[in-house]
Design a protein around this ligand. Structure first.
Ligand code: NDP
Length: 324
């Protein structure tokens, strides 16, 4: 079978398309034939070495959708031919992937493979950000950074569905329009305008209840300045670089703020929570409350081009890789 292999951490050019040996599933595992593979910013962190893989070389990719081919010993929940998707497990950039069954969910008939690969990791992230990190309810006012991105567009629509007032940032006039068309109440082009001033104006000086920040270095510490007293700073990603000078005293100076740095894996490793998250996600997709925009398609062999586009801020919505 073919897969993308990383032999040494580096830029997109280290994503090498190669023939690799097939592996059979062990106890508790499934062999899945990937029909579509999700591209996520986290894949760039593993490729570059910001996050470390368990070993080198490794097959990157944290999200795939396809059919169960072989069921490992002791697995009773799945049978060959099941339509499934998975996340929180490296190795998705391949024709086939061996995945622990506890990380796999069955797909409803209405959710196709591309939709699943475009939405599972990003959508489960939106689910925990809106329901578990903070329990969003009508009346909450929130700021979502990079709202035209994969997670951002889902988060924006889902937050609106829950009744929040959504202030969003995006990095170009076209992205601003896209986010507005998906229901955000206010959208700021933060490459042109100062988002702190804009949020203060929009909220009449009060500030927002929560900031969802996947941008990281470029928006810190300014993101703290848009929060109301006792507001919550959710730092969930590092698209512009890792925050490396976090100053805990700022939380007190800026109004007894709360801060959290959550990761999806904390939630998905509890199977009960994973299934509840997936059910909620497929429900909001199924009833049309969240529309998943798949705006990039690449053959698996061209994963490097997908990474270049994602890291140079050219993408909106989700990107998928297609095995040939
Ligand atoms: P996106 O599609 O959102 O792409 C990243 C976006 O970040 C870009 O499109 C760009 O939007 C913005 N950005 C701002 N500054 C930069 C920069 N210097 N370089 C590149 N991009 C920049 O990616 P994802 O949807 O895959 O992920 C979004 C964030 O969420 C990432 O930080 C990711 O790591 C994080 N994440 C965290 C999870 C968790 O559980 N903690 C799970 C899933 C994702 P613009 O041009 O509008 O500024």
């Amino acid at each position: 079978m073919n897969a993308i292999v990383v032999h040494a951490y580096g830029g997109p050019e280290v994503l090498s398309y190669e023939s690799v040996p097939e592996r059979l599933p062990g106890p508790g595992e499934l062999l899945i034939a990937n029909r579509a593979i999700g591209v996520n910013f986290i894949d760039t962190y593993f490729r570059s070495g910001v996050y470390k893989a368990p070993q080198l070389p490794f097959v990157p990719g944290n999200e795939g959708a396809g059919e169960v081919v072989i069921v490992g010993e002791g697995v009773s929940e799945f049978t060959p031919g099941d339509r499934v998707a998975y996340t929180s497990h490296l190795g998705a950039y391949a024709d086939q992937t061996v995945v622990p069954a506890e990380l796999v969910v069955k797909l409803p008939g209405s959710v196709g493979f591309e939709m699943a690969a475009a939405s599972l990791l990003k959508g489960l992230t939106a689910e925990y950000l809106l329901h578990r990190t903070f329990d969003i309810s009508p009346g909450n006012v929130i700021l979502i950074h990079a709202a035209a991105g994969g997670v951002g567009l889902i988060l924006t629509q889902w937050a609106k569905h829950l009744g929040a007032t959504v202030i969003a940032t995006a990095g170009s006039p076209e992205k601003v329009e896209l986010v507005r068309s998906k229901g955000a109440d206010h959208v700021i082009d933060y490459t042109k305008d100062d988002f702190v001033t804009a949020v203060r104006d929009i909220t009449g000086g009060r500030g927002v209840d929560v900031v969802y920040d996947g941008v990281g270095k470029a928006t810190y510490p300014a993101s703290l300045d848009v929060l109301r007293p006792l507001g919550l700073f959710v730092s969930f990603g590092n698209a512009s670089g890792v925050i490396d000078n976090f100053d805990i005293l700022l939380l007190g100076q800026k109004g007894s703020l709360f801060v959290t740095r959550p990761t999806l894996g904390t939630f998905t490793k509890n199977r009960e929570i994973l299934l509840e998250q997936a059910e909620r996600l497929f429900h909001v997709i199924g009833d049309g409350a969240v529309q998943v925009a798949i705006n990039g398609h690449y053959p698996l062999a061209q994963a490097a081009d997908a990474h270049r586009a994602l890291q140079s801020r050219q993408t909106t919505g989700a990107t998928v890789l297609l095995p040939t």
